[in-house]
Design a binder for this molecule. Structure first.
Ligand SMILES: Cc1cc2nc3c(=O)[nH]c(=O)nc-3n(C[C@H](O)[C@H](O)[C@H](O)COP(=O)(O)OP(=O)(O)OC[C@H]3O[C@@H](n4cnc5c(N)ncnc54)[C@H](O)[C@@H]3O)c2cc1C
Length: 386
């Protein structure tokens, strides 16, 4: 048990993708749950490109072509004939990725991993079925999701460099909606700091959820009971699954310390505007795998290059999205409603979004759209910001 070169704490999709991309050395993935992929904490919406980065895993239940963006009293439809994203059954997807990783890495399930400082760097203490196991790998990966005890113990993750949002989500059957489009509700009466969604899973199944602070269950029930579009879609629907979770929004200047690096949600590799973490997670996990391989074969003498490489790939996208998110948080609900109302009338702008829209690079798109908007609402928006 003690001859592992790498120990990955967390068997989620990003921990597994990191593991499968380590080309040399023995790798152990430690997962606290008895099975990979449960409990569910995700809406399962992934861009076509994101699915490719994840290695096109199993578990697609629906394909979508765009979104209805709904505000307090307006709705605009974005999208055309082109398939933009897939809806995944996360339990199936996560298990499939883990099966792939299992061909190269060992797993230890029902095992809780913690880093401990020692003279040379960090070692790992594992609590497994009443036993304590100590390992001294060359590299430790913190793939332990949003709660990341690893990141906190390293002092890399704190309340200043990230915000944690809570979520509540139901899977419901017998819903009546357009299966080809997701519904996004930008309406602060339900979620003040994020948004609410209805995602069609096909065959009259949907996921209905929201992310925000505070009591998200009460907020979601208010949405289901009061929002006119939701009431129409869900009038005959029944809840068949309940899930809650948390999402980190932020930017870590450093995600490497000594022989430990952070990946996925632990490293805040999440899109701040949509909450999607699987695309950046997969890209970052592959980079981590490559850097660890080079470190193990002596090509580089530390892991710092990991920070440089992921920042080159998507660091600016996260930073710019955080700035746009700050503006969003200041906007009044009525202004948001007016923006959606105006957007509805600007067909050339909708065409532009349909042509250049990229689910994985939202900040870049929003900046381009704002330029085209020519700030016709600039005054109004400015008033909210002051
Ligand atoms: C409500 C909600 C909706 C979302 N919807 C989407 C979406 O539609 N599309 C999208 O791309 N992203 C979405 N996300 C984000 C996405 O779920 C995450 O970004 C993704 O799961 C991150 O993968 P990960 O492997 O980094 O972390 P996780 O999936 O959280 O996996 C971490 C793993 O580590 C394990 N673990 C934690 N601590 C320890 C420990 N000490 N020892 C052993 N094991 C440990 C956990 O049990 C877990 O299995 C959503 C998130 C939420 C909360």
């Amino acid at each position: 048990m003690d001859d592992y070169d790498v120990v990955i704490i967390g068997g989620g999709p990003v921990g597994c993708i990191t593991g499968e991309n380590i080309k040399n050395g023995r790798v152990l993935i430690v997962e606290e749950h008895q099975s990979i992929g449960v409990p569910l904490q995700c809406a399962g919406l992934i861009s076509k490109n994101g699915a490719k980065e994840l290695g096109n895993p199993k578990g697609v239940v629906n394909k979508v072509r765009g979104a209805y963006i709904c505000s307090k009293s307006n709705m605009v439809k974005i999208g055309n004939e082109e398939i933009r994203a897939y809806v995944f059954e996360r339990k199936v997807m996560d298990k499939d990725i883990a099966i792939r990783a299992g061909k190269k890495c060992d797993f230890l399930l029902k095992a809780y991993g913690e880093i401990e400082k020692d003279k040379k760097g960090y070692k790992v203490k594992i609590s497994h079925l009443g036993e304590k196991i100590y390992l001294n790998p060359e590299v430790v990966v913190g793939a332990d999701g949003s709660k990341t005890i690893t990141g906190k113990k390293l002092g890399l993750v704190n309340n200043k460099n990230r915000e944690i949002l809570s979520s509540c989500q139901f899977e419901m059957v017998n819903a009546d909606c357009d299966d080809d489009f997701v519904y996004v509700f930008l309406d602060k009466r339900y979620s003040e700091r994020f948004f609410t969604w209805i995602i069609p899973m096909g065959d009259d199944r949907v996921r209905v959820g929201l992310l925000d602070r505070g009591n998200c269950y009460n907020k979601l029930m208010k949405f289901i009971n009061e929002n006119e579009t939701a009431k129409e879609i869900l009038k005959n629907a029944t809840i068949t699954e309940f899930s809650s979770g948390s999402l980190p929004i932020g930017y870590l200047e450093r995600s490497v310390k000594d022989n430990v690096l952070l990946v996925g949600d632990a490293a805040c590799h999440v899109k701040p505007l949509s909450g999607g973490g699987l695309y950046f997670g997969a890209v970052g996990g592959k980079i981590a795998g490559e850097i660890i391989s080079r470190y193990l074969n002596g090509e580089i003498d530390n892991l710092e290059l990991y920070d440089k490489k992921w920042k080159e790939e998507f660091g600016n996208e996260i930073k710019n999205s955080l700035i746009i998110r700050k503006l969003f948080l200041k906007l009044k609900n009525d202004t948001l409603d007016e923006i959606i109302g105006k957007l509805k009338t600007k067909s050339e702008l909708i065409d532009y979004i349909n042509k250049y829209g990229d689910m994985d690079r939202q900040a870049s798109l929003i900046i381009k759209v704002l330029k085209i908007f020519r700030f016709w609402m600039g005054f109004k928006i400015l008033k909210d910001l002051l």
